[in-house]
Design a protein around this ligand. Structure first.
Ligand SMILES: [Zn+2]
Length: 554
């Protein structure tokens, strides 16, 4: 089999293409036919692994309609494939390059013979480009956009748009960053989609007349963009297809006027008279509000949004679980409570989400701080006492998750829950997440509180006997405990893969518990299949031998 570049060369030459690059560059020029029209193109292959797609540049732009269409990016390159879903086989380079030509031909067809409106609207963003601006508030709610820069501790500067300067400052502070507010420009709320321009936009005047032509635009857009901006005049356009914007760039005439101390109103008139000569900076809105960040991977709805969740235990399983809960909407429109009395110690680092910078801090507080830095809008609170001293605080939650991994504690929590229900008080369902053996199997159990469903203790009515549904083979049931002489005390050694599996299992179960009924209530996953004892997921019934919930025992 010959070299990839030779195979591609042979295929392209058979298609009438001729090499156009120098020795080190694989560039070919040829024609693609669409109906009776032949369009001259240049194909460049930069990468035979196809991590960079072959580029197809239209050489005779005049062969295409004058109006700006989709599928053609800056520099007249054909936008013929979606990088996320388009695969080219590096082992069949000849076939791959033919696929590229086919797709390019299809794209030319669309350009020449009609382009569905939705395609144009989608491609508008590729055409526009623009400097990305992270919108930390929902663009659809805004009439003015405050622009600024947020500098993070690592030195990265993010261009940000917020509804007000105060909002930008508090967001930056929550994210442990500083911010500089540049000023604000008005926001045009378009009805439906932002419509693409009819012709290329070069000047401030072009951009203003494009904005004026949008559906839902009030009269006098140019005057609005100038009078309502307290920085370089501009406008954000918000449509169902996204957010685009522009700002005028001052020319020497305006700069001289500014130096001479012209009053703002006078200078405003100057922006208007100079508008045909002014270049623009193109802006692009990137959704970065908490709702959007959380929901974008979750088919539109974050399942834990608006649910009050209390997580007991911010150790190894709890730390990974806490982050996962936030990423599924916990702490959004309802507070997330993290409870742990322990101090984060050097020995924890090996399997905890947090690292050395949190040593010496209370685990719940450290997790709250870390999550606030990562998700500045999350509503989250720490309790630094043992949950056993404040069980009554748990009553108002939609779900309590016990990730302590301590059977002794879980037994006490279960006792409180049963007593609450017996006394007719509200008590949320409780999800228990733990690892068995030395991290051999992860297991979750949901105590729903419904009649007939097991309580936590129903799983193991007598401590001297085994679990009703043991998830670890006999010899490994009792974990080996390591005692270190350094004063850290005893702990059960297991690796972080067990932690992550338990956290993942608990996260899925927590979502099911608040959005469905949490059944099956008992779930297990083997971490070490050679030592685990497989049990099917099941809904566990009450045990008549249970000392906690069975009236027969008392
Ligand atoms: Zn029970």
């Amino acid at each position: 089999m010959s070299e990839p570049w030779l195979r591609i060369k042979a295929v392209l030459e058979a298609q009438g293409f001729i090499p156009a690059g120098d020795v080190n560059e694989d560039r070919y020029v040829g024609a693609l036919k669409s109906g009776s029209v032949s369009v001259k193109v240049e194909v460049t292959i930069e990468d035979y692994d196809f991590l960079v797609l072959p580029r197809v540049k239209v050489l005779d732009r005049q062969a295409l309609p004058k109006a700006i269409r989709g599928h053609l990016t800056e520099g007249d390159y054909l936008c013929y494939a979606d990088r996320e879903t388009f695969l080219l086989d590096r082992y069949q380079p000849d076939r791959s390059i033919l696929t590229v030509l086919d797709r390019a031909r299809d794209t030319l067809n669309i350009l020449l013979h009609g382009n569905p409106a939705r395609d144009i609207a989608a491609e508008l963003f590729a055409y526009w480009g623009g400097v990305p601006h992270a919108f930390i508030d929902s663009p659809r709610t805004m009439t003015r956009a405050t622009l600024g820069s947020v500098s993070f501790r690592n030195g990265y500067v993010l261009r940000v748009v917020a509804s007000t300067p105060e909002r930008m400052k508090s967001w930056a502070a929550a994210g442990n960053a500083t911010c500089e507010v540049a000023g604000s420009i008005p926001v045009l709320q378009c009805t439906g989609h932002i419509l693409p321009p009819e012709a290329a936009i070069e000047t401030f005047a072009d951009a203003l007349s494009w904005a004026q032509g949008q559906q839902g635009a009030p009269g006098g857009i140019a005057e609005l963009a100038i009078s309502a901006s307290d920085t370089a005049p501009g406008l954000f356009l918000v449509g169902d297809n996204g957010v685009l914007g522009f700002q005028a760039i001052a020319n020497p005439t305006l700069n001289i006027a500014a130096k001479r101390g012209f009053r703002t109103s006078k200078r405003g008139a100057l922006w208007l008279t100079e508008k045909d000569k002014l270049k623009i900076e193109r802006l692009r809105g990137v959704p970065a509000d908490h709702d959007e960040i959380v929901a974008r991977n979750l088919a539109g709805v974050a399942p834990l949004s608006g649910k009050r969740i209390a997580l007991i235990g911010c150790g190894t399983v709890g730390s990974y679980l806490a982050r996962g809960l936030v990423q599924n909407g916990a702490g959004q429109r309802a507070s997330l409570l993290l409870i742990d009395p322990d101090i984060f110690a050097p020995g924890n680092i090996g399997r905890h989400l947090l690292g050395a910078r949190y040593i010496g801090r209370n685990k719940a507080e450290a997790m709250v701080e870390a999550l606030r830095h990562d998700f500045p809008d999350v509503e989250i609170e720490a309790v630094t006492r043992s949950a056993a001293t404040c069980f009554s605080r748990l009553a108002g939650f939609d779900l309590v998750v016990d990730a302590t991994g301590s059977e002794q504690f879980s037994d006490a929590l279960n006792g409180w829950a049963l007593a609450s229900r017996n006394a007719g008080r509200a008590c949320p369902p409780i999800l228990y997440a733990c690892l068995h053996g030395n991290g051999i199997a992860a297991q979750t159990f949901l105590a729903t509180g419904r009649a007939g469903d097991a309580c936590f203790r129903c799983q193991r009515p007598l401590f001297e006997q085994s679990w009703r549904y043991p998830v670890v083979q006999g010899p490994y049931e009792t974990p080996n405990v390591a005692v270190r002489p350094c004063g850290e005390g005893a702990f059960v050694p297991f690796a972080v893969d067990a932690t992550m599996m338990a956290a993942a299992l608990a996260l899925r179960h927590a979502i099911d518990a608040v959005s469905q009924n949490g059944r099956p209530t008992f779930r297990m996953r083997a971490v070490d299949a050679s030592k685990a004892r497989h049990q099917n997921d099941r809904t566990v019934e009450r045990s008549e031998k249970c000392p906690a919930c069975s009236p027969l025992v008392h």
